[in-house]
Design a protein around this ligand. Sequence first.
Ligand code: ZN
Length: 297
Amino acid sequence: MDIDERIKSLNECENCVDVQIKKFSPLKELINFEEYGGDYMRCQCGRRPLDVVMSHILKIMIENEIVGEKATLRRNSPVPLSDFYYSSFNPQFIQKNTLILLHEDFTPEVASILVKEVPEVKCVLKGSPRNVVGQLDKDSSINHFEILEGDDTQVNVMRTLLDEKVILVKNQSKHHIEVAMTTEEKLLRLHNYLNNNGVKKGVAIDGMCGLGALGIYLLKYGFEKVIFNDINPEMIEALKSNLEINGIEKGFEIHNSAFEDLEFEHVDLCVIDAFPGVDIDDITKKAEEIADNVVII
Ligand SMILES: [Zn+2]
């Protein structure tokens, strides 16, 4: 994949015309359902305005009784996720085959209609954005969103204060929807901590590494060694491919365990990025015992 090409393709062309559709009024009162086909309002560059694409999707959901006759864009739209993010840039003009949709009432029938009739839709997931997806702790099982149609691969490209970008590839069905800090913000916070505290670039632990963003960053920052750990075996698989994608071949160790169960030697730095809502008192205590510096992201 050519990252620079993908970044460039997020921008509209000079002929793209934006359309804003009211978010709080019933969609049926706002648009003519008959007009809405796969090419309605498509620019010659191939993109359509986000509101037009979301209206097309909601129209199909209304027609198939997934949502009521009075459905509005604000209350009833599925969560639209892009298959490619650059920083926190959210494109207003959508290309074909790039949207990953999430809604708790999707059915297999409607998923296949959406993929067939709305060219922008790449993948349809069933689930609620409030669901815990992934593995919370060692006593819990691994939860996924259900893939009804398509390919849930999503690429995130993050800018950093180093000369390099960090690239994370994930399967969206295996991850909760981030509402708090973006990963790019987490990397900035980590960078500032390292610079302001003169942390030795020796050995670091990324204790709940997930896809590996923080540990990958530490290696790019110049740490001699990073010990990655995550309880979820699916994250370990994703971590391995993300190390490769970011061109990292050495200087790391990988563990698949609960952080509290691991035996570590004393290290220079321990970073912890826990699931939202997880009680991290014990984890923090352990981190402070084994590391000169502890960063809770
Ligand atoms: Zn255009």
